[in-house]
Ligand binder design. Structure first.
Ligand code: SF4
Ligand code: SF4
Length: 353
């Protein structure tokens, strides 16, 4: 059965134009964001790395929070600690960045919670039914709260090709250990002829898996946790991932984790903001990042799979480069797997508002 995906077309680059598009969407889809008085409503977002300037704007989060509070519900924004080095690896640095990037209470009207604790280890375990994983560790409110709202800035991704709402839930709602398990199939290697021995990958690896061997970088596959940092750090195309196999395992695991988490919420709604669609995700991108698609608007659905599929289809239709058509098979394998798991529908009605 096809799921409904609501769509406000917009190529606005100004905050005011984008907020107008959001208001149109909220007006038409308000019936999917009805919460009880006093209900605590978790709102998942990612503020992006400190160098990222294209993450979801606070201007687009504020109206969503106002709408939730209108009838007396109590929203909070949340994210979790990341596995790579940077300003979101622990709750202290992450919350400092929250303030710096304009997501603090005084600007948004809701508190921000780092949902897996100070160092990304807190939470509860859920059993997972997938073939690759048996347990996942998630924020302890998963299974205790009825509703979940997920706000996503869709982008490309260095491994899965597409980072949409499924990735936002799978990575952003799991503890560091579960993030590592999802990444662990990705064991990069070094192309020695390209390696200049600059040492950048060694400096950035969080688990000291890289050392010099015969004057070139060498990755110890037993120590590597697959975080992908060395791929981003190498400016000489000397670190590569086996794209033939690994990305599919990575994608399948993300679908499994997202599915397990989402089953714990009765009332779910997903909104994706298709503006500033960079080749890399918000964990990596910076002000020099290339756009792979033109801006095309805001999408929303109760079906996370239909939402991601529609977003990627539209990104491909509004493409600036061939990025999404080139990597299409990787995210599509995740969508197929997610459909088999019953996460949602691959077919959708695009309802333009
Ligand atoms: S070798 Fe690369 S992918 Fe593996 S843990 Fe180190 S930085 Fe991450
Ligand atoms: S960052 Fe690249 S070039 Fe530099 S040492 Fe590592 S693999 Fe070699």
């Amino acid at each position: 059965m096809k799921s409904d995906v609501y769509f406000v077309k917009s190529d606005q680059s100004t905050p005011e134009g984008r907020v107008r598009a959001l208001e149109k969407l909220l007006e038409a889809t308000g019936q999917f964001m009805v919460y009880k008085k006093e209900e605590i409503v978790p709102v998942k977002i990612t503020i992006g790395d400190s160098a990222c300037v294209y993450n979801l704007s606070p201007d687009l989060v504020r109206p969503v929070i106002s709408g939730i509070k209108k009838d007396g519900a109590k929203p909070f924004l949340f994210d979790t600690c990341v596995i790579y080095r940077g300003s979101r690896q622990n709750a202290v640095d992450h919350l400092t960045l929250v303030q710096d990037k304009g997501f603090g209470y005084s600007n948004i009207g809701a508190p921000f919670v780092i949902a897996d604790g100070l160092l990304g280890n807190d939470g509860r375990e859920l059993t997972i039914a997938g073939p690759d994983m048996h347990k996942v560790k998630v924020p302890s409110f998963v299974g205790m709260l009825e509703s979940l709202l997920v706000l996503t800035h869709p982008t490309g991704h260095i491994v899965s090709g597409f980072a949409g709402a499924i990735k936002n839930v799978a990575m952003g709602m799991s503890s560091r250990a579960t993030k590592q398990v999802q990444h662990s199939s990705l064991k990069p290697s070094v192309i020695t002829k390209n390696c200049t021995a600059c040492g950048c990958c060694i400096a950035i690896c969080p688990v000291e898996a890289i050392s010099f061997k015969d004057g070139k970088a060498f990755i110890d596959q037993r120590k590597c946790v697959g975080c992908g940092e060395c791929l981003c750090a190498c400016k000489f195309d000397a670190v590569y991932i086996n794209w033939g196999e690994d990305p599919h395992t990575f994608c399948r695991r993300m679908a499994e984790v997202a599915n397990t988490i989402l089953q714990k919420f009765k009332n779910k709604f997903f909104i994706s903001f298709a503006f500033d669609i960079t080749k890399e995700c918000d964990c990596i991108s910076n002000k020099n990042e290339k756009m792979v698609s033109h801006d095309f608007g805001i999408l929303a659905s109760r079906d996370i799979l239909s939402l991601d599929k529609a977003t990627m289809d539209l990104a491909n239709r509004h493409k600036k480069t061939d990025f999404f058509s080139d990597i299409r098979k990787v995210p599509e394998s995740m969508f197929d797997y997610a459909a088999k798991k019953g996460m949602g529908s691959l077919e959708y009605n695009l309802i333009e508002l």
